[in-house]
Design a protein around this ligand. Structure first.
Ligand SMILES: Cc1ncc(COP(=O)(O)O)c(C=O)c1O
Length: 449
């Protein structure tokens, strides 16, 4: 279908005037219309569009934060704990990712390991190219529910699962030449593209637990010895993959790419694609999109390959909260609120990373008049979110809203202590809330013997 020139023209005028509707007009255009707009803008105007798109997104998130608080304190939510995901915010994140695709021609996959609540996939798959999976179950979910490309990487595959993994995958990435030899021919026979995950030789992740390039890491084929094996198997390989980032900006990617190109640049000729992995915090307010665009453009010019990104966090960053109620307040040297959500069971990264999750309308200890320790209901002594202060003393029944809880929470939670898992609810465009999942005794029992 031909794109009428008028919407394109209106969008360009709004961008040049730095009008508040410029971002919405741009996003409302079909793909070829957006392409036309980008083709007609000069470098300064494109930068201005980036800034307008980021500002529009920031404004929507600020408004939605108020909505989370209203829902938490209003009558709509009958029970807690609940992960409340705002689909409109996911869509805002999707628009930013789509903008990166528009600018660079890269493909972006959503990493299911970060977030797999398929109730929102029909929104996400309108913007992204598919999913990346860590094994059979994620590959199947991606194929059945996201319904676009599926790229699977596992540190090592099980023989009895490989046929089904291949059936659900468009691309399979091996972590060793042994695995390539064991399963490569089968993949080829089924028309599945083949990649190798390599260690790019540079990462800047401070927490070793989250650093795929830490000493003795098993993730990614090290450069030592790569050359000879690669040349022996060259005709089996369609692409290379690296993943070395965690919640980072594009300056880190630039340094990783410098190292990657130095080590693996000589082997890229004739490959179809290079996957830059995840950890790109593209939808964070301070993320440098222009630098990312420049890096991808230059890489494509040098090597002529399709570039893939596979962020997980960026898809749902700040798009969901965990709402919990105060069950009791006890005192032992300080006031301690026991809530119906557990750091251990429902927000495990709080204890693993560890980090102090943000609670809306709270401050650091003693910053506001009333300081409380916020702790979970389990037997684990360390099931504590942290110490927080509030304008009013907490009372039993009060609701607390933990921010940024869509990512790496629902996918990682457990029923430790037999604690019931939080409901999952989705805020739709009009502000309606739909509870899409409730867990009970059956779910707990099914996971035991
Ligand atoms: C191979 C791979 N791809 C993608 C991701 C997604 O990363 P993030 O959610 O930090 O963007 C991860 C995260 O661990 C990963 O290991």
């Amino acid at each position: 279908m031909m794109v009428p020139d008028e919407p394109v023209q209106n969008t360009i005028e709004a961008i040049c005037a730095k009008g508040p509707s410029a971002a919405d007009l741009y996003h409302a255009l079909p793909g070829d219309g957006r392409k036309k707009v980008l083709g007609m803008l000069d470098t300064k105007q494109v930068r201005s569009l980036t800034a307008l798109i980021k500002a529009a997104k920031k404004k929507r998130f600020a408004a939605a934060n108020k909505r989370f608080l209203e829902i938490a304190s209003g009558p709509i939510l009958r029970s807690t704990p609940v992960y409340l995901i705002d689909e409109t915010l996911i869509e805002e994140n999707m628009r930013i990712l789509q903008y990166v695709k528009d600018r660079t021609g890269c493909k972006i996959l959503h990493a299911l390991k970060a977030y797999a609540s398929f109730a929102t996939f029909s929104t996400m798959n309108r913007y992204l190219d598919g999913t990346c999976a860590s094994g059979l179950n994620e590959a199947r979910l991606g194929s059945e529910e996201f319904k676009k490309e599926v790229h699977t990487f596992g540190a090592a595959y099980r023989k009895e699962e490989i046929d089904r993994i291949l059936a659900y995958s468009d691309s399979i990435i091996f972590n060793s030449f042994y695995q390539l030899q064991a399963y490569g021919k089968k993949a080829r026979g089924k028309g599945v593209e083949i990649g190798l995950r390599v260690n790019p030789g540079h990462a800047e992740v401070e927490t070793e637990m989250y650093n795929p390039c830490a000493p003795c890491s098993r993730l990614g084929i090290p450069h030592d010895g790569f050359r000879d094996e690669f040349l022996r198997h060259r005709d089996m390989v369609d692409g290379l993959h690296f993943h070395a980032m965690c919640e980072q900006n594009s300056d880190v990617l630039e340094r990783i790419l410098t190292s990657f190109e130095k080590l693996y640049g000589p082997y890229l000729e004739g490959l179809k694609w290079v996957n830059f992995g995840g950890g790109h915090h593209v939808t964070r307010d301070d993320y440098d999109i222009e630098r990312l665009v420049r890096l991808i453009d230059n890489f494509k010019k040098r090597y002529g390959v399709q570039v893939y990104l596979e962020p997980g966090e960026a898809s749902v960053l700040n798009a969901g909260v965990l709402i919990s109620s105060v069950l009791d307040i006890v005192k032992n040297e300080m006031e301690i609120a026991i809530i119906d959500a557990s750091a251990e069971a429902h927000m495990p990264d709080v204890l693993i990373m560890p980090y102090r999750p943000n609670i809306m309308k709270s401050g650091k200890p003693n910053e506001k008049p009333y300081t409380f320790r916020i702790a979970g209901p389990s037997c684990l002594a360390g099931d504590v979110a942290g110490n927080y202060s509030f304008d009013q003393p907490l009372r039993r029944g009060d609701r607390l809203v933990f921010t940024d809880m869509a990512l790496y929470s629902i996918v990682k939670n457990t029923t430790f202590n037999g604690i019931t898992l939080p409901d999952i609810a989705v805020v739709k465009g009009a502000g309606t809330v739909e509870t899409v999942k409730r867990f009970g005794y059956k779910y707990y029992k099914d996971r035991q013997s």
